[in-house]
Design a protein around this ligand. Structure first.
Ligand code: CP3
Length: 362
């Protein structure tokens, strides 16, 4: 029998009652924090930082201590997976990520190799071990991977894209070739996430950042299909005997909530275009929900931030199974003091709301 979790983040992932709504933020570590910029400078560049377990541990913990978050997220990047498969990865300043050589033909796919995570991504696993040691049970650690579809967009386009012309061209012209690539990536992601779990991550999040560029039929056939393959193969009990929840965040896919729930994930992450109250109704207690404040609220005043937080908490309601997050990541130009205002508002407002519910005064 798996052990019942005590941390409020893990309890909420399993739709168990909590004392206040747990909160963490996508991209909580990063360039908006001056202490991150100092460590990145020390490392030289972003990728070197990711590959240095001491420094990656340090930047993972920065937002956790500064803001009193309910979970830490492993500091790394989704694109280390294509790099481990044999592609060359670099980050052009101001241009975003670049992956070479682009994959367009069956011959191109042959240069990809299977991945032994211990061998090719050992630095990530070492970082997981060090973060767990540093956290010392205080709060849980979330591991992650990109979804096969989202990783494939970078591998086929060669980096970020606005139109997704090459991968969508392949989807409609050579669907079997694309499925072959997606299966190949899925196998790597399964082994990678299972290795993260074996080394101590206590939850995993699958980022399908670009699922929303697909039509509904294509989302199910090309993105959800490989996510399903992963969910079916993950070890969902960690080495400590606790259940390891799977969070699926597919940006722009709120209209397909039922299909996402059908994969068997424990938590669905919502972006800010989905109405929280109706998502709650549609989910009907089958999964926990994570989200989904518009990140742009962080550009507003502390008073407005608190008002928006209160409103969203009431929309999600007081039944167990809500993890507070933004609808997407913290941006580079955001003010750390506004993040502090947000986290405090979630903690205080949710505590009040839950107390009223207990007293039956709602
Ligand atoms: O705090 C955290 O959330 C953990 C760290 C994390 C990063 N990337 C750090 C990062 C996580 C979970 C990611 C995931 C990731 N990486 C995604 C999925 C999530 C999402 O945002 O939708 C995607 C699409 C990527 C790919 C990627 N990596 C992009 C598009 C960029 C931005 C490039 C740029 O120059 O703006 C990155 C780089 C990156 N990943 C940074 C950080 C902190 C910035 C690097 C830097 O310059 O220091």
């Amino acid at each position: 029998m798996p052990i019942e979790p005590t941390h409020r983040f893990l309890r909420a992932c399993h739709s168990l009652p909590v004392d206040q709504t747990p909160v963490w933020l996508m991209r909580q570590a990063g360039r908006y924090l001056p202490e991150y910029m100092r460590v990145r400078q020390q490392a030289g560049d972003f990728l070197t930082l990711c590959k240095n377990p001491d420094l990656a541990t340090e930047v993972t913990l920065q937002p956790v201590y500064r803001f009193n978050m309910d979970a830490a997220i492993l500091f790394s990047d989704i694109l280390v997976v294509p790099e481990a498969m044999g592609m060359t990865l670099f980050f052009e300043t101001g241009e975003g990520p670049v992956l070479e050589p682009v994959l367009r033909t069956p011959a191109d796919l042959r240069c990809l190799r299977p991945v032994d995570p211990e061998e090719r991504l050992g630095y990530v696993l070492q970082t997981v071990v060090q973060i767990r040691q540093a956290l010392n049970g205080k709060i849980p650690l979330i591991g992650f991977s990109g979804s096969p579809w989202t990783l494939a967009t970078y591998m086929i386009e060669g980096g970020s894209s606005k139109t997704f012309r090459y991968i969508k061209g392949m989807l409609f012209d050579q669907p079997a070739l694309l499925q072959q690539l997606l299966d190949q990536i899925s196998d790597v992601v399964v082994d990678y996430l299972n290795a993260q779990i074996a080394h101590g991550v206590q939850a995993v999040q699958i980022f399908d950042t670009w699922g929303g560029v697909l039509g509904p039929r294509e989302f199910v056939a090309f993105s959800l299909r490989s996510i399903q393959r992963i969910v079916d193969r993950l070890h969902r009990v960690g080495p400590d005997g606790q259940k390891v929840p799977i969070i699926l965040f597919a940006k722009g896919c709120g209209s397909l909530l039922e299909e996402m729930i059908g994969t068997g994930c424990d938590v669905i992450g919502l972006d800010w275009t989905t109405d929280a109250a109706s998502a709650r109704h549609r989910a009907a207690g089958r999964v926990a929900l994570q989200g989904n404040l518009d990140p742009a609220v962080l550009y507003a005043s502390p008073e407005i931030i608190r008002m928006q937080v209160g409103r969203l908490l009431r929309d999600f309601g007081t039944e167990p199974g809500h993890i507070f997050n933004l609808g997407h990541g913290v941006a580079q130009d955001m003010d750390p003091s506004r993040i502090a205002d947000l986290v405090t508002a979630v903690q205080e407002e949710s505590r009040l709301l839950l107390r009223y519910r207990q007293a039956g005064e709602e």
